[in-house]
Structures are given as structure tokens and as C-alpha cells.
Design a protein around this ligand. Structure first.
Ligand SMILES: *Cc1c(COP(=O)(O)O)cnc(C)c1O
Length: 735
């Protein structure tokens, strides 16, 4: 390497280090840091605060700074500061386990798109020192949850913010808690900043993560702050919700952030609304506001606050909505807060409960559901608010979810010019439908992705066998105990299924009648792989039972099909495994009971890679199915009514929907395996690229949200956003 390039590299590194009074950051220039921070702290705030319980943004699936270093060929530096950052970003830990599933990944994908669209946004969330649980799976025990160890201290893109008055110490903010006699205890939080840097490294979304598990906080706070979705008790749930909601304003104040709009990603952070109402009343009535405010004052203040709140509701399923006993809640919040909650958050059915969904529904400028179908369901569930419930269909961050092989493919066709910046160009895929070169390259890229998935699974099978005597974990997959010759083979038709294991998602639906399934496979006579993954919340016993059922089916299925059908479960589902699966499978299975899957996003990830879905007509698939051009549908499509919301086993339509899926399966197998038909299969793949990528990406989704926020953007950003807004209008439905 010439001296010249080394100098260039040093210059490049230097331009990637930026400082302000909160710390030193890597990956963006000083100019970018100052510009973004300047907008967020401008006196008349024109930015968005995105409040969320979880954020999924692992670095092993999207890491533009690392990619940039690799492209420049930088491995180290003689300057010790640069050297530290280069090595940390290239080799540091890639996982930030602060997510449990779809909600968190949606948050991460959204914040990444906000950075790409150069829309000033700051997220507020919690930092969980023990993250979400890690999943081990034992053939006989099923899911075993263990603590997750990770070190925020040496994770790239994550910074502990400093106290500007005392730069040797971390910044700490105070959040008061109260007991039933309104005696005050202070919880303390340190602030971490995770930077979601865009692909051009010229904009970023800061995520402020509140870390309460620090020595100055009381023990009970430290305990409650350890695990994401700690649901040992309603008490720990209440504390967690308060840690998030009550922390927002103090954190923003400490950093001088002046945003106008606050977006509640689910109702978890709605406690922030209490604080905004109290703040307004204090401005109006002075320090004695708690004694002076009338009910009318409170309701008027709530109306004012509502102008700043945008709320997204993510699920019709009851477990997703927080309800707390008023007496229990009273042990943590101030009397005056209870008064506000009594006025605005009482549960309709049980008046001794606060209902946080009702609260969030009541105080906002816009309520969004996450798909067109979900809009109808939500309106039925909350008739009082029906007129203001609109739809913004979810999306996924295409730069995160398109595999490397597919990215190379998309790069080689000028029809997709600038697809990184502009996912709308994928609508040009129609021009390539009959282009033999594109079809061949697509197949090659798909084979590469399939090989990667099968390699991963086979290595895992072997690894489980090797470690069984050290760990005493019985390998979760029967295949681990067989000869290596019986492991998976690339090119075999592979159905993928991965998501949280909860009852309404019906992971076991396709195995509901094993004899029928085996008869179809035997009748067809070609091999088939089923690759499954997913975690069940540790307190969700039926969810854990579903995992056990998947394990229990393996051997029977294998035996009944003489080894044609192989079912594998991958433990420890995370974003990396998700990316391998959605790109390497040949079809993506989605079998929730309609209409309980409000949106679903893993199917969109598959679509981004051209992989067709086989799905019930639920969530996003109602919009993504295009009369069969992009995949298959099955299952009954009843009208929306009360019964359709039930999650009891009897009302999950196992028999009907499994039968419908079995009726479809031979067609799918023929389409994949028969030479004359395989072209039609490939058509479906390309149609996914053409019809679904331009719509189901978070750039388009964020653009629709930006409309709801009603914030002014610089004209450079506004033009691009307006094109995205026109491309698809989720709420354009008559009903
Ligand atoms: C995408 C994703 C999910 C959500 O998938 P759904 O289809 O929306 O249920 C959950 N977990 C991980 C790790 C994911 O990548």
C-alpha cells in the first residue's frame, strides 16, 4: 500500500470523528453532527420524538459505517483515537438485544428510514442491561430462557453521554416516583446515545436510551429496569412503563431537544402525556397548579397536548394493551397523575382499571393502525374513536433486509438505478420480467441465499450434537442425532416460518393433520424442508407449548414421509437469522388467524428478496397479494365481528384453515418443481420485486407519517418525501 493511500485513509478517518459537549462520536463528520443536533435543539422545535419500549437495530444486518471502512480498506490507524474506533466498528459486538420482536424491529427500521430521508427525529427508549432473554431449546424441555449478556460499553455506535459541566462523569437525570402518600423517591438514569447513521453517512437519527440500572437509583428501580418486558408482576410492568414515559421530558430537557411532535410507538410510553399536561397546567396556573386545576382545566390542557401526539396502535390482541389496577398504580405515581388518569384513562369495562390504550386513543392528533384491514378492526374495537383512526401500512427498511446476493443483483441492472435511495425504482422490475439475463441472475442470487441458509442450519445441527455433553442440552432437532447425510440439502423446496410464538400466529397450523400433510408430500414424491424459528415470551405458557409441538412433530413427519420432509427449528431467533431465512427460503409461510395479525412484517422482508408468501388474508398480505401475482392465499375470510377477535383454541379455525392450506400445497410444489411451471414461480418472485418493494418499505411508511406529523422539512428532503407519499396512500379505502 502506498504512503499516499495511507494518508487518504487517515484523512477519511479524521473526517469521521465528531465532538460536542455530550461526547465524541464516530461515523459522521463534524458538520453533520452539528447540523443534525442544531435542528433538534433549534428554539422552535420542528422535529419528532419517537417513543418506543424497544428498538431492534442489530449491526450485523445493517452497518453503513463498517461497510464504509471496509470499502476504504481501513483496518487500523497509527492515531490511537482513530485506531480505537476503526477496530471497534470493524470487530466490536454486533448485537444490541433491546428488542423482543416485530414492534422493536419496526422501530429500528423506521428510525433508519428517518435518517435516510433526512427527517430530524430523535428516539427515546430504555437500555436493558439484560436485554430480552436468550433462547436455548432442548428437545424434551422445549424453550429455556437464559439471561442475555452484553456490554453496552464496547458496542459500536453506542455512547454514554457525558455531563458537560463535569466531562469526566456521565450525565445523569432525575425521574421522581411517588408512593401512595405522595412521598417522593428519585430514580436516576444515564443516557446512552445510539446513532442510526444513514447509508451516505451524512445524516443520523439519535436514539436516547435511558439506563436506570445504575448505583444512584434505588434497588427496586434497578431490578425493574434489567429485562425488556419484565412481566413477573403488574408492578414491574407499571414501573417499566413509567421509566419510559416519565423519562422522556427530563431527557429531552437535559439535552436541550425542542421537538414539537411526539410519536407513541404503541401505548407503552403514554405516561409522557401526563407530564405534558402537568407542564401546561403549571405554565397556566403556577406552582400551585395541582391544587388549583379544575377538571375543565385538565381537559383543556389535554386538548392542547393532543396536538403534539401521534399514536400508532399495533395489535388487536388483548395482551398487547396495558391495563393497570388503579390502586396498584397509585403506589408509583403522584396523586395528581391519578386524577388525570381518572378523567382520561378509565377502562370502559372495569372502572378500577386504567387503560393505557384508551388514554393514548383519547389524547392525540392522529391514531394510526398498521394496515388497511387493521384499520377496520381497530375501528370496530374502539367505536368511540373510529372517525380518527386511519391506516398507515407498515414497511421494512429495504437496505437492512435485502441480502447481499440480491443487492448485487439489483446493482447490476440499470432499471434499479439508485435503489438504495429510492425503493420506488423497483416498480421497473416489470420491464425485466421476460429478460433472460435477469431471470438467470435472480436464480443464481437465490441459490446463493439458499446455500447460506442451508449451511447455517447444517452447521448448527452439527454444533448441537457436539455440545450436548458439555451443556446437557438435548439437541432440539432430531436430525442432529442422525448421520450427516441426512442433513439438509440446498435446492430442496424450503418453506420458512419465523416470528414470535404466540397462539394466534398458529405456528403449528401446517402440522395440524400430519397424515394429510404426509400424504401430499408422499404423493408428490419430492423432498421438502421446513425451517422454523421464534421465541415465546417466558410468561406465555401456550406460546412455549407451541415450540414444543414443533419439536415433537419432527420425527413423525420424517418417518411418515420416509425422510422426504425435514423440519428444523433454529433457536435464538434474531435479526441475523431472520435475514438468512427470508432470503434463503423458497416460500414464506404466514398462518395467523385473520384478523389478529395487524400487519406482520417478516413477509415483507421475504418480498424484498423476491420470495413469495403463502399466507392467510391477514395484515399486510391483503394489500400485498395482488390477486395471486405475488404468492398464495389460504384460509377462511370471514367478515369482521366480535368472534373473530377471540383467541380461544376453539375459535382459531385450525381444521378449516389447515384443510385450505393442504388444498393449496400441491399447486405450490408443482409450481416449484415442475420444469414447465417453474417459470410461473419465477414470475411471482419478480412480481414481488415490482409490486411489493415500492410499497412495503419504511421509506414510504415514514413519508406517510411525516404527513401526519405536519412538520416542515427543507425542500431537499421534501421533494423525495412527496414522491413517496404519492406512491401509495394506505388510508385510501372506502368502508
Ligand atoms: C421481522 C422480525 C419479527 C417480526 O415478524 P412478524 O412477521 O411481523 O411477526 C420478529 N422478530 C425478528 C427477529 C424479526 O426480524
Amino acid at each position: 500500500m502506498s504512503i499516499h493511500t495511507i494518508t487518504d485513509q487517515e484523512t477519511a478517518l479524521k473526517s469521521m470523528v465528531a465532538k460536542n459537549k455530550w461526547g465524541t462520536f464516530f461515523g459522521v463528520s463534524q458538520e453533520t453532527l452539528d447540523r443534525v443536533w442544531g435542528t433538534l435543539t433549534a428554539p422552535h422545535g420542528n422535529s419528532v420524538v419517537y417513543i418506543t419500549m424497544e428498538i431492534g437495530a442489530d449491526l450485523d444486518v445493517f452497518h453503513p459505517v463498517k461497510k464504509h471502512l471496509q470499502e476504504l480498506g481501513i483496518t487500523d490507524s497509527t492515531n490511537s483515537v482513530f485506531d480505537h474506533y476503526a477496530k471497534l466498528f470493524l470487530h466490536g459486538p454486533q448485537k444490541i438485544p433491546n428488542y423482543g420482536g416485530g414492534l422493536g424491529i419496526l422501530a429500528g427500521d423506521t428510525l433508519k428510514s428517518m435518517a435516510e430521508l433526512r427527517t430530524p427525529t430523535v428516539a427515546v427508549s430504555l437500555l436493558y442491561r439484560k436485554g430480552y432473554f436468550s433462547q436455548l431449546v432442548d428437545a424434551r424441555i422445549g424453550q429455556i430462557s437464559t439471561a442475555t449478556d452484553w456490554q453496552p460499553e464496547n458496542t459500536p455506535s453506542l455512547y454514554l453521554l457525558k455531563d458537560p459541566d463535569n466531562p469526566d462523569l456521565p450525565l445523569e437525570i432525575e425521574i421522581p416516583f411517588f408512593d401512595e402518600l405522595d412521598r417522593k423517591t428519585i430514580a436516576y438514569a444515564r443516557l446512552w446515545l445510539k446513532m442510526e447513521i444513514n447509508h451516505d453517512l451524512d445524516f443520523f437519527t439519535p436514539e436516547i436510551l435511558l439506563d436506570y440500572a445504575i448505583p444512584s437509583s434505588p434497588d427496586w428501580i434497578v431490578k425493574a429496569a434489567q429485562h425488556l418486558y419484565d412481566s413477573r408482576s403488574d408492578q414491574s410492568k407499571i414501573i417499566q412503563r413509567r421509566l419510559l414515559g416519565a423519562g422522556v421530558i427530563p431527557a429531552l430537557k437535559a439535552l436541550g431537544i425542542t421537538s414539537r411532535i411526539l410519536h407513541l410507538n404503541e401505548q407503552h410510553g403514554v405516561v409522557v402525556v401526563l407530564h405534558l399536561i402537568a407542564e401546561l397546567l403549571k405554565e397556566k396556573l403556577g406552582d400551585e397548579y395541582m391544587y388549583m386545576a379544575t377538571d375543565e382545566d385538565i381537559l383543556a390542557a389535554a386538548q392542547q397536548v393532543a396536538k403534539r401526539i401521534v399514536y400508532t396502535i399495533h395489535t388487536p390482541v388483548k395482551a398487547g394493551h396495558d391495563r393497570f389496577d388503579t390502586n396498584l398504580y397509585n403506589q408509583f405515581g403522584h396523586d395528581f397523575c391519578q386524577r388525570i388518569l381518572h378523567l382520561l384513562a378509565l377502562d370502559e369495562e372495569q372502572s378500577n382499571f386504567f387503560n393505557f390504550t384508551a388514554f393514548a386513543m383519547r389524547v392525540n392528533r392522529a391514531t394510526n393502525s398498521v394496515s388497511r384491514l387493521h384499520r377496520g378492526v381497530t375501528r370496530k374495537q374502539f367505536p368511540e374513536f373510529a372517525p380518527k383512526i386511519t391506516a398507515i401500512t407498515n414497511g421494512v427498511h429495504h437496505l437492512t433486509w435485502i441480502s447481499d446476493a440480491k443487492a448485487d443483483l439489483y446493482n447490476s441492472f440499470s432499471e434499479f438505478n439508485q435503489w438504495q435511495e429510492n425503493p420506488l425504482v423497483f416498480s421497473n422490475a416489470g420491464l425485466l420480467l421476460n429478460n433472460p439475463k435477469f431471470r438467470t441472475y435472480f436464480n443464481q442470487a437465490w441459490q446463493q441465499d439458499n446455500n447460506a441458509l442451508i449451511d447455517y442450519v447444517n452447521n448448527m445441527l452439527l454444533h448441537h450434537r457436539k455440545i450436548m455433553y458439555e451443556t446437557w442440552i438435548d439437541p432440539p432437532n432430531y436430525l442432529s442425532m442422525m448421520d450427516d447425510d441426512n442433513f439438509l440439502e440446498p435446492g430442496v423446496f424450503t418453506i420458512g416460518f419465523a416470528r414470535r410464538f404466540s397462539t394466534y400466529k398458529r405456528a403449528d397450523l401446517i402440522f395440524a393433520d400430519l397424515d394429510s400433510l404426509a400424504a401430499i408430500i408422499n404423493g408428490f414424491g419430492k423432498p421438502i424442508n421446513f425451517i422454523f424459528a421464534g421465541k415465546a415470551h417466558p410468561a406465555d405458557e401456550p406460546g412455549k407449548k407451541l415450540i414444543q409441538q414443533i419439536l415433537d412433530v419432527q420425527k413423525d413427519l420424517y418417518d411418515k414421509t420416509n425422510g422426504l420432509a425435514k423440519l428444523v427449528f433454529i433457536p435464538g431467533y434474531d435479526m441475523h437469522i431472520a435475514k438468512l431465512m427470508v432470503s434463503g427460503a423458497h416460500a414464506w409461510l404466514n398462518s395467523p388467524k385473520r384478523p389478529l395479525e395487524a400487519s406482520g412484517t417478516s413477509g415483507m422482508k421475504a418480498a424484498m428478496n423476491g420470495v413469495p408468501n403463502i399466507s392467510t388474508m391477514d395484515g399486510w398480505w391483503v394489500e400485498g397479494y395482488h390477486n395471486g401475482q405475488t404468492g398464495w392465499k389460504f384460509g377462511i375470510e370471514t367478515d369482521l365481528n366480535e368472534a373473530c377477535l377471540s383467541e380461544s383454541r376453539a375459535s382459531l379455525f385450525y381444521n378449516e384453515d389447515a384443510a385450505s392450506l393442504y388444498a393449496l400445497l400441491p399447486d405450490v410444489l408443482h409450481a416449484f418443481y415442475d420444469d414447465e411451471q417453474h417459470d410461473r414461480y419465477l414470475d411471482k418472485c419478480i412480481k414481488n420485486i415490482e409490486l411489493n418493494i415500492p410499497t412495503f418499505n419504511t421509506h414510504r411508511m415514514a413519508a406517510e407519517y411525516i404527513q401526519r406529523y405536519d412538520i416542515a422539512l427543507p425542500s431537499s428532503a421534501a421533494k423525495k418525501i412527496s414522491a413517496l407519499q404519492q406512491a401509495y396512500i394506505s388510508n385510501n379505502i372506502t368502508e
